[in-house]
Design a protein around this ligand. Structure first.
Ligand SMILES: [Fe+2]
Ligand SMILES: [Fe+2]
Length: 276
């Protein structure tokens, strides 16, 4: 049988292959983004997604579910998810906005029962909850865009800060000891390494990492950087995973998702981190 899991050389304690025995009380997350369903993709992912029923407790989708954001494509996505019986948590990506049909697409996904998070939170059980936003771009470190000068520049940065604020509120809303963040854009530069440096500012911003550290997220998953790096860590030590499907398949052809185990005893204690 084709190995659809991705386990790499860096031994994060709570990553697991699909064949590992699960620890009692653990929750196994299958996470993937950027499968970009088009109208001609009917049946391409259906069986692969259905395998998550046996291998995971929840399926997390990190955006760019469609190519152009057309309602017809959102319907294809729902069709590909038809056999998935575990809960599905998702955020949208920039491609899902392209056709201006987000409202209808959202209805299609939520009509299927997908927990589509746009600054919302979802508690899977008493232990594990998800906070999700699309996020936005803006750059990293000293290259971060600041709200100086023209109104257009300020509006751009405000759009980023609105996403950061929405993520913060969604994390704060969770009462679970394990808080998982779901994003489309990258919250750290570590997981976009491998992409051309010229486009780094358009792949995310580390402004999104501040709430992850402040609220001691157990892990964060994102997509968008198709040629990035699977694993990274925020300044505060939160593990971040780029689960873009093209990236997962570069490591393992035929992969459909990244598997990650988490449980309450793995939750990091609350900690404050200053970001200068
Ligand atoms: Fe994408
Ligand atoms: Fe994207």
């Amino acid at each position: 049988m084709m190995d659809r899991t991705v386990t790499g050389a860096i031994p994060y304690a709570h990553e697991r292959s699909g064949t590992d025995r699960r620890r009692p009380g653990s929750v196994r997350i299958a996470a993937v983004g950027d499968f970009h369903c088009g109208q001609d993709d009917v049946g391409v992912y259906r069986e692969l997604f259905a395998r998550a029923n046996d291998e995971a407790d929840v399926l997390v989708l990190t955006g760019d579910l469609t190519r152009w954001g057309a309602v017809a494509e959102f319907n294809v996505v729902v069709g590909e998810l038809a056999d998935v019986t575990v809960p599905i948590v998702a955020v949208l990506g920039n491609h899902d906005y392209e056709s201006g049909q987000v409202a209808e697409g959202t209805r299609v996904l939520r009509g299927r029962g997908v927990h589509l998070l746009c600054g919302d939170s979802f508690e899977l059980n008493a232990s594990v909850g998800f906070a999700g936003v699309k996020g936005f771009m803006g750059g990293f470190g000293r290259g971060m865009l600041t709200p100086f000068g023209e109104p257009e520049t300020k509006a751009f940065v405000t759009a980023t800060l609105n996403e950061v604020h929405a993520l913060e509120l969604a994390l704060r809303r969770l009462s679970t000891p394990v808080r998982i963040a779901v994003l489309h854009y990258a919250p750290i530069s570590g997981t976009i390494a491998g992409e051309p440096e010229a486009i780094h500012p358009f792949l995310g911003t580390d402004r999104l990492a501040e709430p992850l550290d402040r609220y001691a997220a157990a892990a964060a998953f994102h997509g968008h950087a198709h040629s990035g790096t699977l694993r990274g860590t925020t300044l505060g030590g939160v593990p971040v995973f780029n689960v873009s499907l093209p990236l997962l398949r570069k490591d393992k052809p035929g992969a459909m998702y990244f598997l990650y185990d988490t449980s309450p005893d793995l939750a990091a204690p609350a900690k404050a981190v200053s970001v200068g």
